[in-house]
Ligand binder design. Structure first.
Ligand SMILES: [Zn+2]
Length: 373
């Protein structure tokens, strides 16, 4: 999704005549799944930040402020001076890996990071004899550190404007439905779905599983077809053997291709993984309408690239016994080949979404809570 990463500004509380200086932090926000001993998959949601320029004078992380402050996008119209990040965006995830895994038991057989890409967060400061935090309006140094000048010299105005494509349907010119973080936008006029890319919108084929009922609410999923090396998982019958689920082998379609299923929306990691497993074990047939579902449509905000990060974690949860498979996870190669965008219809009552054919329910409250994930 354009641009390569988002830049946000934390609002300051300083007097309006202060010359605000923005110090950069890399922020990682997303889910981490780790295969650890005992056949356990550890899941956690993380929102953390770390200096994007090494400095003794500024706080090491932006702390809890990004979660409580209202962030705005940094553009070339933003006032203030911005310190340029030292660490390249591509190297940042490695910085975080150490701090994010130190709580886990060893060995870690496999780990996946899923969710938002890394973003850059500018926190406000100002100089007045010493260095001040412009959120709290409190000094953070006792005097004016001499070597601070070198850091301040790296400040600049923002050059690149955060670009958004106008959300207009390329096919019919109608306004597309979708929030800023949407991974798929919909045109309700010509019944099409669109994926934002660097070059604009690409049309996305989709199917709505109306064979499972014409129900009130539709939830988006990615059905991902992948090549798997070092393990036999090509058909539903293979899944039956691997996961020790004999009922699957008795299905009429046991010889057709196996697919991974991943929610295309963000929820708490535990529920996310449960949905992956439950729908992947069910192996629903992708049959139904090729037009948008009627009723409520839950927006898709997880990109297919992100969803693909979970495939090995799903496999790890399915393969039995895990004692045998966990140590092999590193050697197993999973290459996603094809993705289909699918809406699964759910009934809706006061508290839950329920899919009767899949015998699957989820608390509506958990989807609402996921709004700020
Ligand atoms: Zn259209």
């Amino acid at each position: 999704m354009p641009p390569a990463y988002f830049r946000y500004i934390l609002p300051h509380n300083a007097a309006s005549d202060r010359d605000i200086l923005y110090f950069p932090y890399w922020r990682f926000k997303g889910m981490i799944f780790s295969c650890v001993t005992g056949g356990r998959v550890d899941d956690r949601f993380v929102d953390t930040s770390q200096q994007a320029v090494a400095s003794r004078h500024f706080p090491f992380s932006a702390g809890l402020r990004p979660q409580v402050g209202k962030l705005t996008f940094a553009t070339k119209k933003s006032d203030g001076r911005f310190i340029h990040p030292d660490v390249a965006h591509g190297d940042v995830i490695d910085l975080f890996k150490n701090s994010l895994t130190r709580f886990l038991p060893r060995p870690i057989y496999h780990q996946s990071y899923v969710g938002d890409a890394i973003s850059l967060l500018y926190a406000p400061f100002y100089v007045s004899g010493r260095l001040y935090d412009a959120v709290l309006n409190k000094p953070i140094t006792n005097d004016m550190p001499e070597d601070l000048v070198a850091t301040l010299d790296k400040s600049e105005k923002i050059q690149n404007e955060t670009r958004f494509f106008s959300a207009i349907c390329p096919a019919c010119g109608w306004n597309l439905d979708g929030e800023k973080d949407a991974s798929v936008l919909l045109c309700k006029n010509c019944q099409t779905a669109w994926q934002p890319t660097n070059k604009g919108f690409t049309k996305l084929p989709f199917v709505c599983l109306t064979e499972m009922g014409r129900l009130k609410t539709s939830l988006p999923f990615w059905r991902i077809t992948a090549d798997i090396d070092d393990i036999s998982l090509r058909t539903i019958a293979d899944l039956s053997r691997l996961a020790n689920l004999p009922d699957l082998a008795r299905r009429k379609d046991a010889q057709i291709r196996f697919h991974f299923w991943v929610p295309a929306f963000k929820v708490r990691p535990k529920l996310f993984l449960t949905l992956c497993r439950r729908v992947t074990i069910a192996q629903p047939r992708a049959e139904g309408d090729h037009k948008l579902p009627e009723g409520t449509i839950i927006p898709a905000n997880l990109q297919v690239e992100e969803a693909s990060q979970t495939l090995k974690i799903i496999l790890a949860g399915l393969a039995k016994p895990s004692k045998v498979y966990f140590p092999k996870l590193n050697q197993i190669r999973i290459t996603p080949r094809k993705a289909l965008f699918v809406y699964i219809p759910f009934n809706e009552d006061h508290h839950d979404f329920v899919q009767p054919k899949l015998n699957l329910g989820l608390r509506k409250r958990l989807l609402t809570l996921a709004g700020n994930l």
